[in-house]
Design a protein. Structure first.
Length: 316
């Protein structure tokens, strides 16, 4: 049974603190894929030449394991939804694989005509902790809307190929979208889970998924959350922070994008609840971007619509 609401705990002594002049907040870096619980390091190498043909506005992402690079390709207007500011989406995803001997191979995964990748950032993470990369990406179906999809490499006598490993239930209908938050072990079972906000523009629901191939199985939901502004290409409006010895906390705006929730899953698997760790914090302007603060596991930097950066800290 899914838990739906975040529960405020009157006994908590935690709070969110907003610094007006944060010393550790810097201008926004180029958009990066969602990390498990730590910021993604800036790309140190140039993207491969083949990635120059990627979807306009999307990002080639550098991997650390068997995927050297991943990018979105085959621009198409067959799904005219402009959640990310353009009616053009990707019809394929491409990976430059890497082998122990240093050899590389480009592998493509192409969607049928009724589906697209409605995303700008492929996310590379070893989701099943087997030493190999998986890709987390948003896929949209013309009838059922968006799903979170996990892809991975497989080997055969013909070489490497990309295949679908798991997917979430769809958002429900055409032009219903979702935006990932990140990956972490939210319920303390030693396995990584995926967090996403379903329909962030029309009643956003923060949802946690277990990775149970061939499915991503939802086990928790919290209402009044959003991590995207309709029509904006910016997807980084929520982060995961993790204080030492504690479970991960999701910092995510409310539906107005003018206040912040600090939500942590407590309990075992689906037998738990989202706990609101602090009073919902009202902000002086709408959230434009949220990033992690290097070296500060309990803090995040927030870019507001007035073009100011603020540091938000979860503290006792």
């Amino acid at each position: 049974m899914l838990a739906f609401m975040a529960v405020a705990d009157a006994s908590t002594a935690m709070r969110l603190v907003l610094d007006n002049v944060p010393a550790h907040c810097a201008p926004a870096a180029p958009a990066a894929p969602v990390a498990p619980v730590a910021p993604v390091a800036p790309v140190a190498q140039a993207a491969p030449p083949a990635a120059a043909q990627r979807l306009a506005g999307s990002h080639a992402v550098q991997g650390q394991r068997d995927m050297a690079w991943a990018w979105l390709g085959t621009p198409t207007e067959r799904y005219p939804h402009a959640a990310l500011g353009s009616r053009t989406h990707a019809g394929s995803i491409h990976v430059l694989t890497t082998a122990p001997g240093g050899s590389q191979q480009e592998v493509a995964y192409r969607l049928p005509l009724h589906r697209v990748f409605e995303d700008l950032n492929p996310r590379l993470i070893d989701l099943d902790q087997d030493g190999r990369d998986e890709i987390i990406v948003i896929e949209a179906d013309v009838l059922r809307g968006a799903s979170v999809v996990v892809l991975g490499l497989s080997d055969s006598s013909q070489g490497k190929s990309l295949r679908e490993l798991a997917r979430s239930p769809p958002a429900g209908s055409a032009f219903r979208w979702l935006n990932p938050v990140g990956v972490a072990d939210f319920d303390g079972d030693g396995k990584l889970d995926i967090a996403a906000v379903i329909t962030p523009h029309i009643g956003g629901v923060l949802t946690l998924y277990h990775f149970r191939p061939p499915q991503l199985v939802p086990y928790a939901r919290a209402m009044d959350t959003s991590n995207h502004l309709m029509g904006s290409p910016e997807q980084q409006l929520s982060v995961i922070i993790q204080r030492p010895g504690q479970r991960p906390t999701v910092l995510v705006p409310d539906m107005s994008l003018k206040a912040l929730h600090a939500l942590r899953w407590e309990g075992s698997g689906a037998a738990g609840r989202f706990k609101e760790l602090a009073d919902v914090m009202t902000l002086p302007a709408r959230v434009q971007r949220i990033t992690l603060v290097p070296g500060m596991p309990d803090a995040a930097c927030v870019l507001l619509a007035d073009d100011t950066w603020r540091r938000v800290t979860l503290t006792h």
